[in-house]
Design a protein around this ligand. Structure first.
Ligand code: AMP
Length: 292
């Protein structure tokens, strides 16, 4: 496993592997790797015979007052976890200067998102997806993958990045992997380390809320107002949970719905603060009916 620090060296490596006929898969991460990330790597094996894991805490996707400075950084530990897992060819861990030459304030060209960031996390984190999409475009241009693998835990990110590849003609196959969870249902996240024991115990309400919504949709519930209320009721059982949003949206447009149509694919999603720690969860679900 090779550690590559510069865009130039990464591009040279990718070009060489492509010339040798290999299929390249990229797994972008911000490090502090956990079993959720490792599941992405396992899934990537089916989409490439040369695997690159990128580790980059991207400053431009954090808003003012968010946790960019505290975000856990532990490249050595991450490298060890990847060595133990095996099968990863390259860790691409560029510096901020490498990805934003001269600093992010000097950057004049960005990749922007329309409509898809109007709801869910995008509504509450202005500029977040612009930062995500811009850095993923840079990662695509650095690592030159045929396929890139992302977690469905970050559902809005996944839907937007699929559009990035399609709309900007990257031609990268964007693959989504189901969320890996703790035994009690809490989605694994690098941010779970911020939770106190009491908050950690209560954080189970996120998965309980989206699971309750998923079951109701599967049973034929079409009225979104009732689904949202159910999610709020479940999360209301956690005294320290401050709900930022609970929404049910169409999976393609990410626009909120009043009523779910038979056979429609929807996303039930929540974001919750425990103190300063912000957690998200979601469930993809297809409504019954609508023919074959
Ligand atoms: P991050 O390091 O948090 O930026 O996440 C890197 C990638 O791992 C993203 O595609 C996430 O969606 C994915 N990911 C994070 N947590 C999980 C999880 N619990 N299960 C599956 N994928 C995850």
């Amino acid at each position: 496993m090779e550690l590559i620090r510069t865009v130039k060296a990464m591009q040279a490596r990718a070009d060489a592997r492509r010339r040798a006929g290999q299929t390249l898969a990229l797994i972008p991460t911000m490090g502090a790797l956990h079993a959720g990330h490792l599941a992405l790597i396992e899934a990537a094996r089916a989409h490439g015979d040369h695997l690159t894991v990128s580790v980059f805490v991207n400053p431009t996707q954090f808003g003012p007052g968010e946790d960019f400075d505290q975000y856990p950084r532990r490249l050595e530990q991450d490298m060890k976890a990847l060595e133990d897992l095996g099968g990863v060819d390259v860790v691409f861990a560029p510096s901020v200067e490498e990805m934003y030459p001269g600093g992010q304030d000097r950057q004049r060209v960005w990749v922007d998102v329309e409509q898809l960031d109007a709801h869910l996390c995008g509504r509450y984190r202005p500029g977040h997806f612009k930062g995500v999409v811009t850095v993923v475009a840079k990662l695509f241009l650095s690592c030159k993958p045929h396929a890139a693998v992302f977690g469905l835990k970050d559902a809005q990110q996944f839907v937007i990045l699929r559009r990035l590849s399609r709309d900007l003609l990257f031609g990268v196959e964007v693959v989504g992997v189901p969320t890996v969870r703790e035994p009690d249902g809490l989605a694994l996240s690098s941010r779970n380390v911020y939770l106190s024991p009491a908050q950690r115990a209560q954080a189970v309400v996120l998965s309980q809320a989206v699971t309750a919504a998923r079951r109701l949709v599967e049973q034929g519930e079409q009225r979104v107002e009732g689904l949202v209320q159910t999610m709020l009721n479940v999360m209301g059982q956690a005294p320290d949970a401050h709900v930022q949003y609970a929404e049910v949206v169409d999976v393609e447009t990410l626009q909120p719905l009043d009523r779910i149509a038979p056979g429609q694919d929807v996303l039930a999603a929540v974001a919750v603060f425990f103190g300063k720690t912000r957690l998200i969860d979601n469930a993809f679900v297809r409504a019954p009916g609508g023919g074959v």
